[in-house]
Structure formats: structure tokens, C-alpha cells
Design a protein around this ligand. Structure first.
Ligand code: UD1
Ligand code: CA
Length: 424
């Protein structure tokens, strides 16, 4: 029988080098805080009722978690006395837990659910008491080093600040990710002491303590070291975004989507795109979206999330979409904003069309519905809530404030006048 799985995510640190008013784990990669990226991966891998250790500016993290991850528990670590101390703070919440506890850092947003699944599978198959995850770095500076014995078993982890020159040469580093059989091995957390150069309670000492108690410690080497890339600075944040972006583009191209210029294309991990769709340069797709096949998106298109685009749709240059459901064979080709809208099939939206969906005084957003085969003239403002009927026509330059029936023409512009010889 599979053991229950629960994750503890360490996120109490300040992140001094971010030079920010926000706690580090609340900085975003593709519109999601770092801690949420880690949570998504563990949840997708099957972890439930997870715990986040919070400290610095915890109220900001707690508010976000309560709203977006209500089943996640926040545990307060008042003083950051080390990673081992952070886990001690969670002890009360997990003391009778009989499953596996995954421990991860909240500032490593690139860890994938696939790797977490593999780690847990490896842990269970080996009947391990602790699985410690490692990776090989050309430049291991700053990380804890994995020390192995003659039989290639992990004997201990030594932090950079406590390492001898010999140990500093080791390129295998501690990823900061562990899977622990809590029933057999959780008790050793209480034995962790702070007798080291940093006077910190090191979680990594758990390895030594468990080995002393004849527990089975197994190393799991990550194939891609990218996955444990940690964020300590704004530069790291940009690097993480770049890695995540390239991952997504590779995945899409592999699946049959054409990306004309990967260098200038940003597509969120939460977006799905079907084959034969072409993404043109300088396109930014954020949030969660579903895009069909044979579409043409961009150049310079901006999807802001919650968009559903069916097949054979064209979204052209300088078009912004938000919460838009666009059905097949519809064109929105130039300079338009379509938000909170349902747009039918075979609709043509002329250049410069705006759905006015937001009342800035009441802060209320309203919906626009445009039925199949409607044709919206250029430079139309559609003031929501409003419905444009099937096959209806709107004259260019109109401001539409009330519904238009099927097959009708809606037009609000003033009649053209001509004053002959006026210029003379
Ligand atoms: C830690 C590991 C190191 C590993 C590295 C991987 C220890 C002693 N060292 O080092 O072996 O190579 O991660 O990235 O565990 N945190 C708390 N409370 C605390 C201290 C830290 O919540 O009291 C959180 C931090 O916010 C951070 C994470 O734990 O998210 C890691 O802490 P950090 O101080 O960055 O540890 P490292 O020195 O990087
Ligand atoms: Ca760190």
C-alpha cells in the first residue's frame, strides 16, 4: 500500500539579497510566487495537507496561502535558527504521521512534479528511511557537500562553512530535498544540535544521526541540476524565468507547435497549445490558457490568462486578451482589447476594437457576448454588459451600449457631411 505523503516547505528566510519589501518566496516566476511553484509540484506529485514554514513577513505569505492553498498549513518559525530548527517547529503538526515527509525549500521553483514522483517512488522501492536528493555542480560553492564512504553510501553532509579544503572539492551537492519515513526516522530531528561554525541547527545532521541509529539513507541523484536552482537575488529570479520559459517552449515545439522566435516568446507553464499553431515573435502568454490547433498568435500579442482559444483562430499584433473565450475561425487581428468576453465562431473583429469591461468607479467587470458570424467594424467600443447577435454588423467607429439583435446593423457614428469648397 502506498504511504501517505505530506510536504514541509521551508520558507521562513528573509532573502536579504532580493532587496525587497516582499518575503523572498512571494516573488513571482510566471505570475506565481516561488512558494506556489513548489507547492504545485508537490501537490501534483500527490502530497496532501502540506506545511509551509513561515517567518519573515509571514502575514503576506499566510494571506496568499489561505486564499490560494486553503488546505496548506502555515507554521510560524519566530527566529530562523536553521533548517533543522524549522522542521522542529513543525514537529507538533506531524508527530503522529505515519507516512513519508518530503522536505523542500520554498525558493527552488524549478523542481518538477515528475522528479518528486520519481524521488518518492525510489524512496519506497528502496525501503529507505531517508532519501537525500543530490545533484552534480561544476561550481558547488555555497552548497552542502555529499560525503560518501568506500561503499558509495552517503555518510554525511558538510556545509560549505564547515568544510575542509578536501571536502570543498566534492562536486556532488545536497539539493535540500529529502523524503523521510517519518515513523522510523522523524524522532532524530530532536537530536539535532547547533555545534557548528554557523551556530545553526542543520537539518543535514539528520543524515549522521539516522545512520548512527542504523537507519537506511539512500541518495537520489537528480538528472537535471537546473531543478534545484535556488533564488537568492533578482538576477537568479530572471535566470529561473528564463529556464522555465525555455522548458515550456521546448515542450511545445516537441509537441508540434511552431515558435518562430523563442528568444522573444514567453508562454506560461499553465498554458496548453495544440499542434500546428504558430506563435509569432514577441508574444507574451501569461496565466492559465487553452489554445487550439492551427491558430496564429502574434506578433506582439498578449494573453493575460483564463483564455480559451478554439481552432483556426487568428490573434494578431497588439491584441490583448483576458478571460476571453474565442471560438473557431474567428479573427482578432489588430490593436484590440477583448476581456471578459465570449466570442463566437467566424467572427471578425476589426482593428482597434475595445471591449469596455471595467467600470473604474464601481470596480465591476462586465461581460461581452458576440455571437457567431458577427462583424465588428474597426474602432468600435463595446460597452459591457452587452450582447451582439448572430450575423450582426457594427459600423466602424461606433460606441455600442445596448444589445444588437441577430442580422441587425448597429451604428452610432454621426453622419458624414460634406461642405463643398470649404477649404477655399
Ligand atoms: C541548505 C542546506 C545545504 C544545501 C542547500 C540547498 C542546511 C544546513 N543546508 O543550505 O546543505 O546544499 O540548502 O539549497 O540545511 N529556512 C527556514 N528557517 C531557517 C533557516 C532556513 O525556513 O531557520 C529556509 C530558508 O528560507 C530557505 C531554506 O530554508 O528557503 C534553506 O535555507 P538556507 O539558509 O538558504 O540554507 P543554505 O545555506 O542554502
Ligand atoms: Ca539557500
Amino acid at each position: 500500500m502506498e504511504k501517505d505523503l505530506k510536504a514541509v516547505i521551508l520558507a521562513a528566510g528573509k532573502g536579504t539579497r532580493m532587496k525587497s519589501l516582499l518575503p523572498k518566496v512571494m516573488h513571482e516566476v510566471f505570475n506565481k510566487p516561488l512558494v506556489a511553484r513548489v507547492l504545485d509540484s508537490v501537490i501534483e506529485a500527490g502530497a496532501k495537507e502540506n506545511i509551509v514554514i513561515t517567518g519573515h513577513k509571514r502575514e503576506i505569505v499566510d494571506e496568499y496561502l489561505a486564499k490560494n492553498y486553503p488546505s496548506t498549513v502555515s507554521v510560524f518559525q519566530k527566529e530562523q535558527l536553521g533548517t533543522g530548527h524549522a522542521i522542529k517547529c513543525a514537529s507538533e503538526k506531524i508527530q503522529n504521521f505515519k507516512g513519508n515527509i518530503l522536505i523542500l525549500c520554498g525558493d527552488t521553483p524549478l523542481i518538477t512534479s515528475k522528479s518528486i514522483q520519481n524521488i518518492v517512488k525510489f524512496h519506497n522501492e528502496n525501503n529507505a528511511d531517508i532519501t537525500v536528493v543530490s545533484a552534480f555542480f561544476d561550481d558547488p560553492y555555497g552548497y552542502g557537500r555529499i560525503v560518501r564512504d568506500n561503499e558509495n553510501n552517503v555518510s554525511e553532509i558538510v556545509e560549505e562553512k564547515d568544510a575542509s579544503p578536501e571536502i570543498k572539492k566534492i562536486k556532488e551537492v545536497n539539493a535540500g530535498i529529502y523524503c523521510i519515513n517519518w515513523e522510523t526516522t522523524g524522532k532524530y530531528i530532536d537530536e539535532i544540535k547547533n555545534d557548528n561554525n554557523q551556530k545553526e541547527y542543520y537539518l543535514t545532521d539528520l543524515i549522521k544521526l539516522a545512520k548512527k541509529g542504523s537507519k537506511k539513507v539512500c541518495p537520489y541523484v537528480l538528472e537535471s541540476a537546473d531543478e534545484i536552482f535556488g533564488i537568492n537575488s533578482r538576477k537568479n529570479l530572471a535566470e529561473a524565468i528564463s529556464i522555465m520559459r525555455q522548458r515550456k517552449l521546448d515542450e511545445l515545439m516537441e509537441a508540434g507547435v511552431t515558435i518562430i522566435d523563442p528568444m522573444t516568446t514567453y508562454i506560461s507553464p499553465e498554458t496548453t497549445i495544440e499542434p500546428e499553431t504558430v506563435i509569432l515573435p514577441s508574444t507574451v502568454i501569461e496565466g492559465k490558457n487553452k489554445i487550439g490547433k492551427n491558430c496564429k498568435i502574434g506578433p506582439f500579442a498578449h494573453l493575460r490568462g483564463d483564455c480559451t482559444i478554439a481552432d483556426f483562430v487568428k490573434i494578431g499584433n497588439f491584441v490583448e486578451l483576458k478571460k476571453a473565450n474565442v471560438q473557431s475561425h474567428t479573427n482578432i487581428c489588430h490593436l484590440s482589447y477583448v476581456g471578459d468576453s465570449i466570442v463566437g465562431e467566424n467572427v471578425n473583429i476589426g482593428a482597434g476594437t475595445i471591449t469596455a469591461n471595467y467600470d473604474s468607479r464601481t470596480k465591476i467587470k462586465s461581460q461581452t457576448v458576440i455571437k457567431n458570424k458577427a462583424s465588428i467594424g474597426s474602432n468600435t467600443v463595446i460597452v459591457a454588459p452587452v450582447e451582439i447577435g448572430e450575423n450582426a454588423l457594427i459600423g466602424a467607429g461606433s460606441v455600442i451600449t445596448s444589445d444588437i439583435k441577430a442580422n441587425s446593423l448597429g451604428i452610432t457614428r454621426a453622419k458624414q457631411r460634406e461642405i463643398e469648397n470649404y477649404v477655399k
